[in-house]
Design a protein around this ligand. Structure first.
Ligand SMILES: *Cc1c(COP(=O)(O)O)cnc(C)c1O
Length: 388
């Protein structure tokens, strides 16, 4: 066994079932392990390395900032977080941004914003947040409560109260919840990522937006995985013709450094006042400088490329031997296979391709700029591994 694996199992808390390779370096969509073996990366560290490994533009943006100053705390003004917030607001129509360090924290902030808004506008008993069954919103005690999957709850009860769950794509179920609870917010992922790469249908998302508007309930879209170009638009809600009150994002925004962002719309733009929320690392200059370079590269041309690569993957996989179905949007794709997904993933690793799991599916989250020749090569290897 490698020294790294030995040390890891001895000293690192046992929360991850890691694949049996030690990744040492990478460039773009090719990663190299400690033995010098190369892999085409279709996972990007779970949709984080938006432009692949050690992307030079991103490295330059981060390095330039690191050479100036790495951190100041939020007791002082800095340029990178202000620049990033400006670009995010101008590209989306949101009014203000709160920066944190992860998806879970971005969601915590959204839930706090919604509860404070509901308390001030409807009454203190309007605190319940409706989320979807099979959703995933994070690992903190509150975002676990928001996550509509009992498997994640059971060892950590009691969770934060004030959450209820409705079935995805079931408008009647949502209407009932709104009738029977005093609701502060509806929170959902337009494509359930951890839940098996399941896009919500347009009618349901539109109905949720209408109910929210009519009842003065806040609509929160969790864009932690779907955001930052992943679905072929800058944010996934843009595929649905709606305008949420709050969106949260993280993963791909930082291009590989930790960052979370909660974007606040018209209704909640002034909900926070000094002291009501905060984060020591939030808005870190190096993370924000990197994120700014990422967001500025997600333009129409890049998004057209994302959609073309997506079409290629769908058409290559649909109907192929051993593949039952393909779901997803843009470069966020789930594959239902006849063979066990875990076995396929291990076969791919052996043959130099990294893919991951979502529930019982094989999940693909390649870099938004993965070169077509590498993508094609990786998809051929994946198809072979799926064959029965
Ligand atoms: C990954 C994920 C989270 C949690 O993000 P962390 O950065 O791990 O806290 C929340 N919501 C969705 C939709 C995610 O995919």
């Amino acid at each position: 066994m490698s020294i790294v694996k030995e040390k890891d199992s001895k000293y690192i808390a046992n929360t991850y079932a890691r694949f049996p390779i030690v990744i040492e370096s990478g460039k773009g969509s090719v990663l190299t392990d400690e033995n010098g073996k190369e892999y085409i990366d279709l996972a990007t560290g779970i949709a984080v390395n938006t432009f692949g490994a050690a992307d030079s533009e991103w490295v330059n943006a981060v390095t330039k900032q690191l050479n100036k100053i790495q951190h100041t705390s939020n007791l002082y003004y800095t340029a990178p977080d202000a620049d990033l917030a400006e670009v995010l607001c101008k590209r989306t129509g949101f009014k203000k941004v709160f920066f944190s360090n992860s998806g879970a924290e971005a969601n915590e902030c959204a839930i706090k914003a919604a509860r404070k808004y509901a308390k001030e506008n409807k009454g203190a008993d309007y605190y319940t947040v409706v989320t979807l069954k099979n959703s995933f919103h994070g690992r903190t005690v509150t975002t676990l409560a928001a996550t509509g999957q009992d498997v994640f709850h059971k060892d950590f009860l009691p969770l934060t109260g004030g959450f209820c769950y409705v079935e995805a794509n079931n408008t009647e179920d949502l209407e009932n919840a709104v009738k029977t609870h005093k609701i502060a917010a509806i929170m959902l992922e337009c494509v359930q990522g951890e839940g098996g790469v399941m896009p919500l249908c347009k009618e349901f998302v539109k109905a949720a937006a209408e109910i929210a508007k009519k009842e003065d309930i806040l609509l929160i879209i969790d864009e932690v995985q779907t955001g930052n170009g992943r679905t072929g638009k800058l944010y996934s809600y843009m595929n649905y013709g709606i305008m949420p009150d709050i969106i949260t994002t993280a993963k791909g925004l930082g291009g590989g450094l930790p960052i979370g962002a909660t974007m606040l719309g018209e209704k909640v733009q002034n909900i926070f006042t000094p002291g009501t929320h905060g984060s020591t690392f939030g808005g870190n200059p190096a993370a924000c400088a990197g994120a700014l370079s990422i967001i500025n590269r997600i333009d129409e041309e890049l998004l057209n490329g994302v959609n073309k690569k997506s079409e290629y993957i769908f058409s290559a996989l649909i109907g192929a031997n051993g593949i039952k179905s393909v779901s997803g949007m843009g470069l966020m794709i789930g594959i239902e296979t006849e063979k066990d997904a875990g076995d396929i993933i291990n076969e791919c690793i052996k043959n130099g391709v990294l893919v991951i799991k979502a529930k019982s599916k094989v999940r693909l989250l390649p870099a938004l700029n993965i070169p077509d020749n590498l993508l094609k090569k990786a998809i051929e290897i994946l198809k072979k591994a799926c064959e029965v």
